[in-house]
Design a protein around this ligand. Sequence first.
Ligand code: CLF
Ligand code: SF4
Length: 515
Amino acid sequence: MVEMITPISSPDPAQAMQRIAEHKGCGTTGGDGKASCGSAAGQGDLPAEIWEKVKNHPCYSEEAHHHFARMHVAVAPACNIQCNYCNRKYDCANESRPGVVSEKLTPEQAAKKVIAVASVIPQMTVLGIAGPGDPLANPAKTFKTFELVAETAPDIKLCLSTNGLALPDYVDRISKYNIDHVTITINMVDPEIGAKIYPWIFWNHKRYTGIEAARILSEHQLRGLEMLTARGILCKINSVMIPGVNDKHLVEVNRAVKARGAFLHNIMPLISAPEHGTVFGLAGQRGPSAQELKALQDECQGEMNMMRHCRQCRADAVGLIGEDRSAEFTTDKIMDMEVNYDLTARRAYQAAVELEREAKLTAHEEELSALAGEESDLTMLVAVATKGSGLINEHFGHAKEFQIYEISVRGAKFVGHRRVDMYCQGGYGEEDTLETVIRAINDCHAVFVAKIGGCPKADLAAAGIEPVEEFAYEFIEKSAISWFRAYLAKIASGEIAHRPRGDAEIRQGGLIIAA
Ligand code: CLF
Ligand code: SF4
């Protein structure tokens, strides 16, 4: 059964944030799937007012990311610092995959785009400004955009991502505009390490370099975080894991941000290649392997909530996390679009989603109760082809990513995703692509799909990955547990023997990384 912590209701936002800081997340529940942990924290795990803030934010709640979409508007081109993993020809790499360029918008164009997207995608609940430079290095455009959107679409949550240098100066404005979610990228709390990541900052009309630059940046980031949490604003910390530079140090960063009331920590892999033209890319600095990333996330999970479903999306991203609908909403298209922003319809849609989520949770709990008394220490991974809504609703050949769930007698929980190339190309399966898909999910015992053709089915089975179609269009967690129960029964009857799976090769931003 999913273990629930009784919801509490605190009228004081700072008190609620203190509860978050004190809540040990998986430290107390073991990260074992018994309680919703990490960014999977659910309704029962959180103070009621915090749950209200995160329940339909796809980045702050893992569970919400199956149902709700976010969008970014690229209104902030300038930046006030230089990161060694960033090439300023492209978008801010603190929240974007390197090498991505967004179409820059004026605040008026951005506001029109938000309304246009909200009219077409009722599950779009969050507007984020994350670049392409730093939003607070472009305060006039950033806050004008938020102001226009708040006037015309009051139900949309406002979200901001910053490097934190200018943050202390803007905390009052952030609070005034009801921007309830702020991400700060914090890669270090030690200026000596910071000097290896940031060659310079521009502050108070002056350029600073080296350790002094990193010290100023770090002080502003931590002070800004403290000021935000004191006002009850939910803060997520992004950290880029750079092996040999800050990888060991991020545990200390995790402690420092937790102590200051951060809600969530998102440790992301450095994506580094010479063609990105960054200092790190040109110097041959590698990113972490998937195993190194997961080990660090697991280590920090005992300290606070960890986000594992980030896709390092672009500064003009639109849609569910993991899908990209930005091409449907280019400036040309939105200026021609007929906009019908129907708040009642949006609320009705979102209420229906809530019912679906409850049904999903109930189904998972019922399936889990059937496992009660089962004793097994097996922990297995399965891959799932999904288009969202927490359902197995994507064809194998159409999947551009597989979501990975860990299953055991304690339940099924989302632990990551694997990007792949689509197997089905113009009606035909690509054999080379199939090989890369198999390599990407090679640590999984099964792949759950809505449908799959005969050829890939046979190849997957030959590779030891069971293609599972029998749960098409059913809830993911419930199906995974049901399959797991049958698997345990087959082992008990001697029909099969459990075989551990091999390593996977994991694709991050176009790079293949051995797991
Ligand atoms: Fe955008 Fe960031 Fe807000 Fe989300 S993204 S500003 S918190 S609405 Fe989300 Fe995208 Fe990861 Fe960012 S998946 S890159 S964490
Ligand atoms: Fe690039 Fe973002 Fe760093 Fe600025 S804060 S240098 S835009 S990665």
